[in-house]
Ligand binder design. Sequence first.
Ligand SMILES: [Zn+2]
Length: 391
Amino acid sequence: MFRTAIPLGRWAGVVVRAHWSVLVVLLLITDLLASAVLPQAAPGANTTWYWVTGGLTATGFLVSLLLHELSHATVARHHGVTVRRITLWMLGGMAEFEGEPQTPKADFRIAVAGPLASLLIGGTALGGAFLAAGALPPLPVGGLAWLGVSNLLLAVFNLLPGAPLDGGRILRAVIWWRRGDRARAGAIADRSGQVLGAVLAMAGFAQLVFLGQFTGLWLVLLGWFLIFAAQAEFAAGPLRERLGGLLVGDIMNSAPVIAPGWWTVDAFAEYAAGASHERVFPVLSFDGVPLGVVSLGDLLKVPADARCATRITDVARKDRAVTVVGVDAPVAALMERGFPRSGRDLVLVTRAGGLAGVVGADDLAWAFEVTALDHRPRIAGGQASKLTTGH
Ligand SMILES: [Zn+2]
């Protein structure tokens, strides 16, 4: 999800980025404020000022969304759960965790941190608007008040008890604490997320059809997303339990066939034809630095007459879509990034900057099936085969 997002920077090691759909939200909120909310709250002002205040307030709203997610991330880190990145998108913010909270208490605290931040921001903004009501012109006061109310609504909405909303996480933590069974608690929270999603989608649909309000579409989208996300979590639950504690280093292929970046497509194709049945390869630079991934399918896209002149490094995929993890990353965290496609994707596993191995679709399936048979994957941790051939 969100393979194309604009990086905004880092906050305490967490990558913060925005999906392009956030721009749509920024425009929609600005428009809503400039053409409806603000003219009502502060009539008679200049049109330009409505748009300026609207734009600033909408930006403030996105910043408060980010603060909500960063609160989750800060508390998570305190409890030993790493947050890899935060993405702002059309329906809000999303923090991607690496690993799981170890206790119901940690689970609860991480979940509750976001809504608490939104309540705090909402309360502060509303209080500020109230205090400034006489001293400042009505336009900024109106913007501040809207920011306050929308943050309070954000907190309340996020507290609805269904995963993946914060309220669903809180529900999971409470059931986990009461019954001592995390998997069961997670399943209940996911199921209630699906029900909640259906209710929201139906409410939005009714709003759209019976009241003719276009904003109903928003609820439909949101409900739909909730159903989808809760379903995906529910499906991944048993897998996650089973893979719990396994590290990427335990399941990786530590001696993959390597594609030297400086070889030509033709030379490598000839080598691959005789080397193995692999269809996707890690690409290394001459110095052994992992550059990306190349599949036979990628090579096929090079026109036949260009294969002698094109180098592997020119056709390798090295964008952000290529997943790179350390040997000590949990396998469960890998699953959260989407399943690698067979014959096309490969997770590059690194140790101290060098390639330690790779994980492909088959390796993951193998790990899952072996653990399902109640055995732990164990492979003698070999070194990645070093390149000995020049060409
Ligand atoms: Zn949250």
